[in-house]
Write a protein that binds this ligand. Structure first.
Ligand SMILES: NC(=O)c1ccc[n+]([C@@H]2O[C@H](COP(=O)([O-])OP(=O)(O)OC[C@H]3O[C@@H](n4cnc5c(N)ncnc54)[C@H](OP(=O)(O)O)[C@@H]3O)[C@@H](O)[C@H]2O)c1
Length: 194
């Protein structure tokens, strides 16, 4: 896979882009029985800091997810704190002030655009169809993918990564091999090669 290194740039005032973040095992699984197939605290901490941190302290990031993913988050951790939670659903659901519901990705983009001055980054956090739609969207920006170097039994999978995606380096992302509970994993970042 070709590597392209980038200069780090300020995200403040960056035009709207969807940034995907996912962890997948060797068989590209991401979930089982409405849960994660693994418990990796370091990986979870990486997810939290990547999706929460902002350069501009007056702004927040969005976490955009499918309804199942929302339901998979234990109630005590819902909404994901210090982030604007948005849930995709075709149903008329009301999560009160915990999360904003949206009917489609274009609808989510419309709502995000209305709040754009309060938002720094838009993180798409799953599941399968949401990742697929976001990778096909003209708003696709980056894919942050943790590759877990082990097979797990899964019932939900990350969609195929398009051929024109290339690995890049983000200085915010550790390059070295991570290890927890004897399980190795690496943090990868992809962009679309135009
Ligand atoms: N490893 C990881 O990084 C990771 C990340 C996220 C999730 N997961 C795992 O993945 C599993 C959940 O993912 P999933 O793929 O089953 O479900 P999901 O994508 O979270 O949720 C699917 C639901 O979201 C709604 N939805 C999705 N796309 C939509 C769209 N474009 N427009 C309107 N509504 C849309 C629909 O809700 P309605 O039925 O209400 O219409 C759909 O039934 C769990 O096991 C979870 O633990 C893993």
């Amino acid at each position: 896979m070709m590597h392209r290194s980038l200069h780090y740039y300020s995200r403040v005032n960056m035009p709207l882009k969807l940034e995907l973040i996912a962890a997948a095992c060797e068989n590209m699984g991401i979930g089982i029985n409405g849960d994660l197939p693994w418990r990796l605290k370091t990986e979870m901490a990486y997810f939290t800091h990547m999706t929460t941190d902002t350069e501009d302290k007056n702004k927040k990031n969005v976490v955009l997810m499918g309804r199942h993913t929302w339901e998979c988050i234990p109630e005590k951790y819902r909404p994901l704190e210090n982030r604007i939670n948005m849930v995709l659903t075709s149903q008329s659901l009301d999560y009160g002030d915990k999360a904003i519901t949206c009917k489609s990705i274009p609808h989510a983009i419309e709502l995000i655009t209305e709040m754009q001055n309060q938002i720094e980054r838009v993180w798409v956090i799953g599941g399968s169809k949401v990742y697929k739609n976001a990778m096909e969207s003209p708003y696709f920006g980056r894919l942050y993918l943790t590759r877990i170097k082990k097979e797990f039994e899964c019932d939900t999978f990350f969609p195929p990564i398009p051929n024109n995606f290339v690995l890049i380096k983000d200085p915010a992302v550790p390059q070295d091999i991570q290890e927890e509970k004897g399980i190795q994993f690496v943090y990868e970042v992809y962009e679309k090669d135009n």
